[in-house]
Design a binder for this molecule. Structure first.
Ligand SMILES: [Zn+2]
Ligand SMILES: [Zn+2]
Length: 401
């Protein structure tokens, strides 16, 4: 494995920063202390910063030996926010904030990008500009979208942007990347079926929304099984049905909510259209009325082929060809997708291992994302930092775009 020596030398100090951030998790758009820590580090290392994009975003600006004159620029993005959940771990760096936890490893993503930043602050061995993007609110807030809205790509013009997530379960020292869709679109629906309440013993005097809801749930799955190509992946999950308060009362209305996941916008368009038809016509068939709401949260995360291949070659140069795996698409979603809609780039996985890295006092559960016993693996700091440095250096020397 070819990790950069000076990043290895700095890794313990960076791990201490990571553990400090882990102990002080902050939620979407509230990452004030976290942003202060990042800003203080970058400033200490002489890297100019811009703050405030997407509320709490921080962008570090690293010009190469040409002062950025060549105009080539690449963005490296880390997310910085935590989750609203209680940590089970009791080790020294466990969360000090009740009900908040870095259970997705964004503390580690921040640390790996800081490791690269520290290297770049002393080695401007490239031409062009590296933008270090510390992004808030990945966990549902769409912080990437907000940074873009606030002018990320206008204020910091770049030709490509790259992201990375730690991936538990894969052995440390491996990476994964693929071209095309790697994470799903995430969407929510809410359907209100309005019938007419009645005595439970005299249903003929009302319009019962319960059988309407039952029909609808079944029919939605025929969109998956009959309307989309079998080879295409898509999910409709009705996850909440709320109605009724008494055993002898036909309720007046029923509310259903759930999630839809797809890997293409085309399939999403079809599913939304068909769900609306099924909902409205099923209600009409039972003389009920229908309110249908569909909200698109994150689009699918789609790696552009040239940048995915570029990232793969960089990884192979560090860990060897056999340690770079194909990235199996996952039904989770990621707001880096908004950046990939605007710029070519690739979102890759770095293996977080099986959980044996965790200190004594971990919660005893699996070291999986969004689990209360999770912890980021600090062994990744030199490897992830090296990947960022090599990616940026090699890309600026030989850009894909
Ligand atoms: Zn997450
Ligand atoms: Zn995450």
């Amino acid at each position: 494995m070819k990790v950069i020596d000076s990043i290895v030398a700095d890794a313990a100090a960076i791990a201490a920063v990571r553990r400090d951030i882990h102990a002080h998790p902050e939620l979407c758009f509230q990452e004030v202390r976290t942003a202060d820590v990042i800003a203080a580090q970058l400033t200490e290392w002489g890297i100019p910063i811009h703050r405030g994009l997407g509320t709490t975003g921080v962008v570090g600006i690293v010009h190469g030996r040409d002062g950025g004159a060549c105009g080539r620029a690449v963005g490296l993005r880390a997310d910085i926010d935590a989750l609203p959940m209680q940590e089970f771990n009791t080790f020294a760096h466990a969360s000090k904030h009740v009900g908040k936890m870095h259970a997705c490893g964004h503390d580690g993503h921040t640390a790996m990008l800081l490791a690269a930043a520290k290297y770049f602050s002393r080695h401007r061995d490239f031409d062009g500009t590296v933008y270090l993007i510390f992004q808030p609110a990945e966990e549902g807030g769409g912080g990437a979208r907000e940074m873009i809205k606030d002018g990320l790509f206008e204020q910091f013009p770049m030709q490509a942007v790259f992201g990375m997530h730690n991936w538990p379960g894969m052995p440390v020292g491996t990476f994964a990347v693929s071209a095309g869709p790697v994470m799903a679109s995430s969407n929510e629906f809410k359907i209100t079926i309005r019938g007419k309440g009645a005595h439970g013993a005299m249903p003929h005097l009302g319009i019962d929304p319960v059988p309407v809801a039952c029909q609808m749930v079944q029919a939605f799955q025929t969109i998956i099984s009959r309307n989309k190509k079998p080879i295409e992946a898509g999910v409709i999950s009705v996850t909440m049905i709320h109605t009724g308060e008494a055993t002898n009362v036909v309720p007046d209305s029923c509310e259903m909510q759930g999630t839809v996941r797809t890997f293409t916008i085309e399939l999403l368009d079809m599913i939304e259209r068909r769900m609306r038809q099924v909902a409205e016509h099923t209600c009409a068939a039972f003389e009920a009325t229908c309110e249908f709401e569909f909200v698109r949260n994150y689009p699918p995360t789609i790696n552009s082929p040239a940048e995915a291949e570029f990232a793969r070659r960089v990884m192979a140069g560090i860990v060897g060809e056999d340690k770079v795996l194909a990235q199996e698409p996952t039904g989770g979603a990621e707001d880096f997708s908004f950046m990939l809609q605007a710029k070519p780039g690739a979102y890759v996985f770095i293996a977080n291992g099986d959980g044996t890295h965790r200190d004594m006092g971990h919660g005893g559960g699996p070291c999986t994302l969004h689990n209360p016993s999770y912890d980021f693996n600090d062994d990744l700091i030199p490897l992830g930092g090296t990947y960022w440095v090599e990616l940026a250096r090699q890309w600026l020397a030989n850009p894909t775009a």
